[in-house]
Design a protein around this ligand. Structure first.
Ligand code: FDA
Length: 301
């Protein structure tokens, strides 16, 4: 099975951009802010919340990073203007974290400040491990000034429990996910079951201290386990929400919504859709399988 997964990963990476674009359309709200706003309106009409993300990752220089921040400010303005039930997600490397930590802090702070003016919220995504410490530092620094900011914890990271112990002390709004980047086994769990067990251990630790948790997963057994905890521990509804990615397990999304729980969809949009799409395709068991099959069939012709 591991060999099969490795094959999928390699095939997705070798796919032409147009093929990636074709298969990944359902994961992206469109290339423009207007397309994303229209999309979020449809979600909101069903009672579903959104977090909006301008696609793009590490930037080459400060100028590019400033452009990313301007686009993110426009998202906050659009949310306010259209009265959307949505907040903003940002990637720290988009804010320039790989270039200059102080600069990235100032950029992210400006966004959180603007969000505070609108009574809105900014979620700082978690990227790969070279940025974990820097991202936590960035978050802590901003939290000293504004409360409308949150961070992401990845359950595949062995360090995460220790991070949560520290972050709990300062009162943290979490998004808890498994983690998507390829990390070395020395620092990250690789076994699916261990990652799940750690997810629940982290969820318990977050709930225990009364923090707000965005339970971000499409994994049914994890969602069931979260339901169980919420009921058994009487976790108030203003202390958690479920979160999912656009285009993934809409059946489950609608079920959670129908069960009366708050659910938020990650709505990415923009021209830089490639890296995000490749990550989603690698995670989609069926699409990747179809692609592998079509490549193998093609090879036999
Ligand atoms: P898992 O990958 O086991 O998927 C469970 C089931 O969901 C699969 O069996 C399949 O049915 C379905 N599924 C999952 N992905 C699919 C896909 N692409 N297409 C079709 N079906 C699919 N990661 C990170 O490192 N930093 C971050 O900041 C974030 N942010 C984030 C926000 C939100 C709202 C979500 C939901 C996720 C993230 N992630 C993330 C990604 C996360 O770490 C993880 O990679 C994915 O959520 C997939 O993990 P699951 O828990 O869904 O389990």
């Amino acid at each position: 099975m591991d060999a099969f997964n490795d094959l999928i990963v390699q095939v997705v990476q070798l796919m032409p951009k147009s093929v990636v674009g074709f298969f990944s359309k359902k994961y992206i709200a469109g290339e423009t802010l207007q397309a994303a706003v229209d999309f979020v309106k449809k979600l909101n009409a069903k009672g579903i919340y959104a977090t909006m993300d301008v696609l793009g990752e590490s930037v080459a220089n400060k100028e590019e990073s400033i452009q990313c921040k301007i686009q993110a400010l426009e998202v906050l303005e659009a949310i306010e203007k259209n009265k959307l039930m949505a907040n903003l997600s940002i990637k720290p490397t988009q804010m320039g974290l790989a270039i200059d930590e102080q600069f990235a802090y100032e950029q992210a702070l400006e966004l959180v400040k603007k969000a505070a003016e609108y009574n809105n919220f900014v979620r700082i995504d978690m990227e790969d491990s070279p940025f974990t410490d820097k991202t936590i530092n960035l978050y802590k620094k901003i939290l000293q000034q504004y409360k409308n900011v949150g961070i992401v914890i990845q359950s595949y990271m062995k360090r995460s429990y220790d991070d949560v112990v520290i972050l709990n002390k300062i009162g943290t709004n979490y998004r808890l996910c498994k983690g998507i980047y390829v990390e070395p086994a020395s620092i990250a769990y690789k076994d699916r079951q261990t990652i799940r067990e750690n997810y629940l251990k982290l969820l318990d630790a977050m709930f225990k201290e009364g923090n707000y948790v965005g339970i971000a997963t499409h994994d049914k057994p994890l969602i069931d386990a979260a339901y169980k905890r919420i009921k058994e521990k009487n976790i108030p509804k203003d202390k958690f929400e479920f979160q999912m990615l656009l285009g993934v397990r809409e059946d489950l999304r609608d079920k959670i919504n129908g069960d009366g729980y708050k659910i938020r969809i990650y709505v990415p949009f923009g021209k830089d859709w490639y890296a995000y799409s490749v990550r989603r395709l690698k995670e989609n068991p069926s699409v990747a399988g179809h692609i592998v099959k079509s490549f193998l069939t093609f090879g036999r012709r």
